[in-house]
Design a protein around this ligand. Sequence first.
Ligand code: FAD
Length: 393
Amino acid sequence: MTHLDDRLLILRGQIREWGAQVRPLALEIDRDPEAVRHHFALPAVRHLATMGVPEEYGHEPEKIGGHRFYGVSALERAVVMEELACADVGTLVASPGPLLAGVAVGLCADDRQKRWFYGRVLAEPLWTCFALTEPEGGSDAAAMRTSLTSTPDGGALLSGEKRYVGNACRAQLGVVFARARPGPLGITAVLVDTAEPGFDARPLDMIGLRGARISSVVMDRMPIPEDRFLGRHLTATRRGVWAFVQTFNVLRPGVAAIAVGIARAALEYVAEHRSTLSGAERERYEELVRRVDATRHLVHHAAAAVDARGTDGHLASAAKLRAARLAEDVTLAAAAFFGPGARLSHPFLDKLARDARAMEFLEGTGNMQRLNLFQGLLGGKVDRDRRRVPADA
Ligand SMILES: Cc1cc2nc3c(=O)[nH]c(=O)nc-3n(C[C@H](O)[C@H](O)[C@H](O)COP(=O)(O)OP(=O)(O)OC[C@H]3O[C@@H](n4cnc5c(N)ncnc54)[C@H](O)[C@@H]3O)c2cc1C
């Protein structure tokens, strides 16, 4: 099992405390995701605004228990994500910060690009977006149609459509994946400043995870200068498809942790609002608590595996698959503790169940995780993990 060290336990305690200030915002952000703009001063929101910016790019987060946390490890992010998702997943995904785009930049950008991107993120709270999914079918990312057409100055014109892109309608910066040439090595990622001409993003009406401001994006001959191509200094195999697969590997334990946090929030709600439980209800409740705890262990284990080796995303797929299922099951089971009509009379539980459903799709559907996990099993990578992880794990 992967255990949290003292440093991460201190972080967890602090984020849990900050989370208590976020919980009261849950229904407000669900109603109006833009309301997060009034809460930039909250420590949890401030923490997210720079989480993931490495120390060497000038990040100086407040000390917590004598330590600084930069948010660059998957295990650290999993701890933060679970706590804040438990407090309110809407505020977590509504908050400005570099998250997905920041990880792609960390993996693929050259030093100048990192200074530009991280410098902007540190200067003021701003939203970023990571645009991969297209309307024709997000799971088949390699079939993307968004194109980059070369221009004589070495740059390109970016054209195409993206769908379901978190926070795109309010993002100032983004990482957009597009095809520069046919074939799998023809996909590449570019940095965009959304204020520049040719970028138009509009929010989609969502039922769950409304804080994320999921958007559709149209790019129409958007000029991309040569120095905004990510991975110029890397070999062709390290750009494009490799970049988004790696980004997802690194971030997936965090998504799984969000699902665990949603499930925990539902159980905490039951504990708070049902002072007595019958024997059968208590058994049911304790079984759900055990499922949440077991899934958290898997998530931490998957995060540690990804931290040890970024290409090992199959355990992260197992964790995300299981956690997404858990979030849906537990939020619906929690509502059942309050009888028929519970989702009408307990709006917070209704919101949790709506938010939980989104976890199936975010960063790859259940089927995509199954495929990834089985490829890992067939390739012997899952056994390799077991050999590497100490026996007490
Ligand atoms: C809350 C939320 C936030 C998101 N944020 C972002 C973001 O920031 N950036 C971004 O780019 N995208 C984002 N997405 C999009 C997300 O990544 C996609 O929804 C997801 O990849 C699935 O794509 P799709 O919706 O087009 O479904 P499809 O790919 O059309 O899939 C539909 C169904 O078919 C199944 N399926 C598809 N292919 C196969 C196959 N080969 N084998 C078996 N089953 C298959 C899927 O499992 C699914 O059940 C977000 C989505 C949500 C819900």
